[in-house]
Design a protein around this ligand. Sequence first.
Ligand code: ADP
Ligand code: NI
Length: 213
Amino acid sequence: MNEKIIENALKYVKDFFENDASGHDYFHTVRVYNSAVKIAKSEGADTKITALAALLHDVDDRKLSPGTYESKYNAREFLISQNADKEEIEHIIEIIGSVSFKGTQSEVPKSLEGKCVQDADRLDAIGAVGIARAFAYGGNKNRKMYDPDITPKIGMNEREYFENEDSTTINHFFEKLFLLKDMMNTQSAREIAEERDRFMHAYIEEFLKEVKE
Ligand code: ADP
Ligand code: NI
C-alpha cells in the first residue's frame, strides 16, 4: 500500500514506540499491521481502514498511555493532522477502542476491519513471539516469572483482569494466552492460531516439567 497516510502512520509509530521494552515496541505494531492487512485481503475487508487501525491500535493503550485511553487523543490527533475523513476517523477510533483483551468482557469488534485488527493483535500475543513478549512484559513490570504458590485465576472479568497485578508470567498463559485461539474472529487467523497455540502449549509443558525435576 503506497498511500501517504500509511507511510506517515508508520513514521509516527516508529517515534512513538522507540523506547518501549514491554513487548509493545514498533515491531509489534508493524507485525500487527502486516498480518491485519493480510487477513483483511483474504476476508475482503477494507485494507486502508484496517491498516490505519492496526498502526494506531496501541498509541492510546490503557497501560501504555493511561492519560489518553478514554479520549483516544493520540490516534485522533494523528488522523486529524493527516486530514482523514471524519467518518474514517470515527471508524478507526471505534476499532481501537474494541480490540483489547478484557477477560470475560472482551468485545467482538463491530466491523470486519475491527475483527481483522483484533485477530492480528492476538496472533502476535501467541506462538514463539507471544512467549517472548510475555516474558519481556513481565520483566518490564517486575513481575515474577513463576511461583508455584500463586495459582492462575480463570474467568476474570475486565476489572479483575486489570487489577491482577501480582500474578506471574507463567500464569498469564493460563489467564489469557491459551484462551486466544478460540477467540479469533476470522478463519484465516484461526488457522495460524492453531499452530502457534500448539507451540505455546508444548513450551509451557516443557517449562513445568523442568521446574519439577
Ligand atoms: P491487548 O493487546 O489485548 O490489549 P495487552 O496489551 O494487555 O493486550 O497485552 C499484550 C501482550 O503483553 C500480551 O499478549 C503479553 O504478551 C503481554 N502482557 C500483557 N499483560 C501481561 C502479563 N500480566 N504478564 C505477562 N505478559 C503480559
Ligand atoms: Ni497490540
